[in-house]
Write a protein that binds this ligand. Structure first.
Ligand code: HMH
Length: 222
């Protein structure tokens, strides 16, 4: 029997909060087909701003992987794949925004988004360990993967015009990429000090809270 990893213990321990982030009413409303399109447009515009701030954060994780791991495991390559995907993602947001008539240039970041972006910026600091930053990165990507994959399950009633959005994060290869990130994180946590593990767990929880707030914002609950 395989050893229980650190991420596995966290997911068990914080199941409630984790499910709150991956099964949020906003996601449920997409899955049930009763999403308010104005909420979707709000999410689209706000997420574009988030993704722009996510790029320098991911680049900082890449730098930390290069410096901080022996990288016999190819961490840099996995993270570089993430950077490349973000380049494509930004183009997709522009295309999608045009399709829905969302004017990206005039979007003002809402409070929950500002706070999330500020949190990302705080993680860019060289004082934040590679392990801690990698945990945030894994959690951020995985929450989207699980949330949108949920909208593509056989019994879902996701509106056809939102399927492409769900595919973007819910597809299988994005799922494999999230698994690679999880393996990176667990390998790092395996050799981390108690102090770093404690910080990493707190960071994981902060990500879950920010994700819930982000969905709430899109849903118009702020
Ligand atoms: C808020 N979390 C948020 N936006 C995203 N695009 C992702 C995670 C995944 O990249």
């Amino acid at each position: 029997q395989a050893k229980i990893t650190v991420t596995e213990t966290w997911l068990r321990k914080h199941r409630h909060l984790y499910d709150g982030a991956t099964r949020h009413p906003f996601i449920r409303s997409i899955r049930d087909g009763n999403i308010d399109i104005s909420a979707f447009k709000t999410w689209l515009g706000q997420d574009y701003i988030f993704v722009r701030a996510f790029v320098p954060f991911v680049a900082s994780v890449l730098t930390k992987a290069y410096k901080g791991s022996d990288d016999a495991n190819g961490d840099v390559e996995v993270i570089l794949g993430g950077v490349a995907a973000l380049h494509d993602e930004i183009s997709w947001f522009k295309k999608e925004a045009f399709k829905w008539g969302v004017q990206l240039s005039s979007i003002v970041p809402q409070k929950a988004n500002q706070e999330y972006c500020r949190f990302l910026e705080s993680l860019i600091s060289p004082e934040v360990e590679y392990t801690v930053a990698a945990v945030a990165f894994w959690a951020i990507e995985t929450i989207y993967q699980e949330s949108f994959a949920h909208c593509l399950e056989d019994d879902s009633k996701t509106p056809p015009e939102l399927k492409e959005t769900c595919q973007r994060w819910g597809n299988e290869s994005f799922g494999e990429y999230c698994n690679s990130l999880r393996n990176i994180v667990d390998r790092q946590l395996e050799k981390a000090s108690d102090d770093v593990i404690t910080k990493a767990e707190a960071t994981f929880l902060r990500v879950l809270e920010h994700e819930v707030d982000f969905w709430n914002m899109s849903h118009g609950r702020t």
